[in-house]
Design a protein around this ligand. Structure first.
Ligand code: RIB
Length: 319
């Protein structure tokens, strides 16, 4: 375990999952699946990903209901070593729930009932001491918490000298038209999120390059566009492609969360961006070989073992 400290601002859900041969079309019923329940929510997943990857301290800022799902989520986060002092308990609202369907190729579709997650407010961010925020090296935020709350969190973290990472999932195009991206050091959309944020088509490396440049024009210092099996593209003063781990996918749920949690930790430990991205890509690759969100997140030893050099190439070498 390192001494690196991370603040994660986001959500907590309970995932109710059916894994079946294929995803149903609208109006269709597909039988023959298996059901399981798992701890999830992008914020909670990212916090657990960083904790398992070896962070010295991970604190989650989120909101959870006072119901059985909420109590179980909290107990499970604490068992993972995630500090939950900044998790707000909301009475009279159900904890977040995600209904997830996964097909035989590991592809999924997800519908979220956010419940208590929507009750995390900018005032909750104001109530956190400066000193508490300054203890962390990195703030990692996702958009399953309300946007105004995420914006305030990123502003405060940036003002207090943290590295700020925004995982714009699920994508909110309004984020791109606000000035919040000026407070974001690193943005990490996947292809569809990058397309929604930029209004441009993003299919493959060349499009990702253009979208990354657009996101930098909007104010972020660095853009990392994740491309699934095609790896990811860092668009910064340098433009670098990092290949993905070659795996047989079982369930891609939380691959992005594994990536972001590991990336936050690697940067908090002082790794340079391309090296941090490679390490995070290994974490993401390992997570898709197992089913479920939090159950699939790898531990540090596993990531280190698999961190055989995934190629890091300047974009010119890829085109
Ligand atoms: O990123 C995966 C997560 O998205 C799931 O755990 C689900 O809860 C939804 O928030």
């Amino acid at each position: 375990m390192s001494h690196a400290a991370i603040l994660v601002l986001g959500s907590s859900n309970t995932d109710l999952v059916v894994q079946a041969a294929r995803l149903p079309a609208p109006g269709e019923t597909v039988v023959g699946g298996v059901f399981f329940r798992a701890a999830g929510g992008k914020g909670a997943n990212q916090a657990v990903a960083a904790a398992r990857a070896g962070a010295g301290s991970v604190s989650l800022i989120a909101a959870i209901g006072e119901d059985d799902f909420g109590r179980e989520a909290l107990a499970s986060l604490r068992a993972e070593g995630v500090d939950c002092d900044l998790v707000k308990r909301v009475s009279g609202e159900p904890s977040g729930v995600a209904l997830i369907m996964v097909d035989r190729n590991g592809q999924n579709c997800i519908s979220v009932a956010s419940g208590a997650n929507l009750h995390l407010t900018p005032a909750d961010i104001e109530a956190i001491d400066d000193a508490r925020i300054r203890q962390a090296a990195v703030m990692l935020a996702c958009l399953e918490a309300p946007s105004p709350t995420v914006v305030r969190g990123l502003q405060r973290a940036k003002q207090l000298g943290l590295i700020t990472i925004l995982n714009p999932a699920p994508a909110d195009p309004e984020i791109a038209s606000s000035d919040v991206l000026r407070h974001v050091d690193i943005i990490t959309p996947n292809e569809s999120e990058a397309a929604l944020l930029t209004g441009q088509r993003v299919e493959g490396i060349a499009d990702a390059h253009a979208a990354g440049q657009r996101l930098r024009d909007l104010g972020c210092r660095h853009a990392i566009i994740t491309l699934g099996a095609q790896g990811c593209l860092l668009v910064s003063d340098q433009v670098v492609h990092v290949e993905a781990l070659r795996v047989q996918p079982v369930d891609t749920t939380a691959a992005g969360d594994a990536f972001n949690g590991a990336l936050a930790l690697a940067l908090a430990e002082g790794k340079d961006l391309p090296t941090a991205i490679r390490w995070a890509s290994v974490a993401a690759g390992l997570s898709v070989t197992r089913r479920g969100a939090q159950p699939s997140l790898p531990r540090r030893a596993e990531i280190d073992t698999q961190d055989h050099p995934l190629a890091i190439r300047p974009l010119t070498a890829v085109q």
